[in-house]
Design a protein around this ligand. Structure first.
Ligand code: AMP
Ligand code: ZN
Length: 468
């Protein structure tokens, strides 16, 4: 299995630190608003990476944080006249709803920066003790010049960076020893949330949060660290400098970065008026369509979002869902149970698509090509599955389709959501039909409810229902 490693700029064979296990950290969103569809890309991509590792039999420890203390959160809290805590809690809850609707598996752990301050203070102290950090007027800076490998992830030339940054130095930061030194701890400003520390009452810098949370929940060395490509510099570069200096070990073996999502070939931004939240998209589409759309491209390529492309993703996804529905229908009505020899041969042939799928996924998670194998399987299903086939044959094909789509996080056996009041209304309609001795209609309503996962029970006290 090969992974493109930003560190080496090459595809490398994946070798886990510990056999059968994957330790993975994905930088999560800053929670000051509903997440936008750009934020959804790393969520979908790295959830799919996790699912594929699990498919291959790995035990994945998946940690993804929420950055819940930040200037943008504080500004929003001031605007609304509420606490920063209220803002972050609200948008974490909303983010989790969106993630659930995109069928993103819950992480093993979602640490919150504000709950891990103690560990961050300890790590900063270690960096000071080792000479990698220094304090000036209550602010603690990282001494980049001391870390020999600084720039190894972003492949940047430090002298160029230094001369570029020097002109950008803003007042208050001229106390730094070097323009590339970055903040580990900053003193609070009036009205900001703050914590005690040996240097000042204040809060941690953004980069130290991930170094500490990754160490606490996954250990000093991890297999994969991931996020959007905008995080390579400075965020991930700084995380490496902090973690490797503090722990004295290589931090992450593989660094994975997703490409950016653009809208109509332009950068998504509020000022351009081409900014969409995931919630807005969910008003028009089932979020499975968004998920499928994101996976139709390679995760490292830039991805263009447009209404036409979403429509085309919707149509393609429907082809898969229709094949699944046909298989379910045919299986329910199948005449014979067991496989014929011809069917056995056909099933052997269908394995080719599974192999094609795995080959693509093994090649740096090429979901675009893996989806092409799913479509080959769909075509095979549509041409070989009919009313003459045995139930075993149809169910085997269904199982194969399910296994592959499950890696992509696409649900093919989704039960239609039905509201309680709609159930009650249908039950009443069925009672009326029975009174009129229209048993055909009564049975039809029962079946309709059953298809939606609702089981009816006729009891002496009346009709009761439960979810299957
Ligand atoms: P943020 O809340 O800005 O820290 O972003 C959370 C995650 O979303 C990070 O991994 C970013 O790299 C990623 N991200 C933000 N905008 C986009 C975009 N337009 N396309 C792809 N990924 C993005
Ligand atoms: Zn991070």
């Amino acid at each position: 299995m090969k992974i493109y490693n930003t560190l080496s700029k090459r595809k490398e064979e994946f070798v886990p630190l510990e056999e059968g296990k994957v330790k993975m950290y994905v930088c999560g969103p800053t929670v000051y608003n509903f997440i936008h569809i750009g934020n959804a890309r790393p969520m979908i991509v790295f959830d799919t990476v996790r699912r594929y590792f699990e498919y291959k039999g790995y035990d994945v420890n998946f940690v993804s944080n929420f950055t819940d203390v930040d200037d943008k959160i504080i500004r929003k809290a001031i605007d609304e006249g509420v606490t920063a805590d209220e803002i972050s809690k609200r948008y974490i809850a909303e983010c989790k709803k969106d993630m659930d609707a995109m069928n993103i598996k819950p992480a093993t752990k979602n640490p919150l920066a504000t709950e891990e301050i103690c560990g961050m203070v300890d790590m900063i102290q270690t960096l000071i003790d080792k000479g990698y950090a220094y304090e000036k007027n209550g602010t603690v800076y990282y001494r980049t010049r001391k870390f020999k490998d600084y720039g190894k992830l972003s492949h940047k030339n430090l002298d160029d960076l230094r001369s570029g940054e020097r002109t950008l130095l803003v007042t208050g930061e001229d106390e730094k020893e070097d323009p590339l030194d970055f903040v580990l701890w900053k003193p609070k400003k009036e009205g900001e949330p703050a914590w005690e520390s040996p240097w000042s009452e204040g809060r941690p810098g953004w980069h130290i949060e991930c170094s500490e949370m990754s160490k606490k929940y996954l250990g000093e060395q991890i297999d994969i660290h991931a996020g959007g490509e905008d995080l390579i510099f400075p965020h991930h570069e700084n995380e490496i400098a902090q973690s490797e200096a503090a722990n004295g070990k290589e931090f992450a073996k593989y660094w994975m970065h997703n490409g950016f999502l653009n809208i109509d070939n332009r950068k998504m931004s509020k000022s351009l008026g081409n900014f969409f939240t995931v919630r807005e998209i969910s008003e028009k589409y089932d979020l499975q369509v968004l998920r499928f759309f994101m996976l139709s491209a390679h995760y490292r390529s830039p991805l263009n979002f447009s209404a036409e492309l979403m429509e085309s993703a919707k149509t393609s996804l429907e082809r898969i869902l229709t094949a699944a529905e046909n298989l379910r229908f045919l299986s329910k009505n199948a005449g014979n149970e067991t496989l014929t020899d011809e069917e056995r041969d056909l099933l052997d042939k269908s394995e080719e698509y599974v192999q094609g799928f795995e080959k693509s996924m093994d090649d740096d998670f090429n979901t675009a090509d893996a989806i092409a194998s799913v479509f080959d399987l769909v075509k095979f299903i549509n041409t070989t599955a009919d009313g003459s086939r045995s139930r075993e044959y149809l169910d085997s094909l269904y199982k194969t389709l399910f296994r592959l789509t499950d890696v992509l996080g696409i649900i093919i056996d989704k039960k239609e959501e039905i509201l309680d009041e709609d159930i009650e209304a249908l039950i009443e309609k069925r009672q009326a039909a029975r009174k009129e001795k229209n048993f055909a209609l009564a049975d039809q309503i029962r079946d309709e409810l059953l298809a939606k996962g609702i089981i009816l029970e006729d009891t002496r006290e009346g009709v009761k229902w439960k979810k299957a």
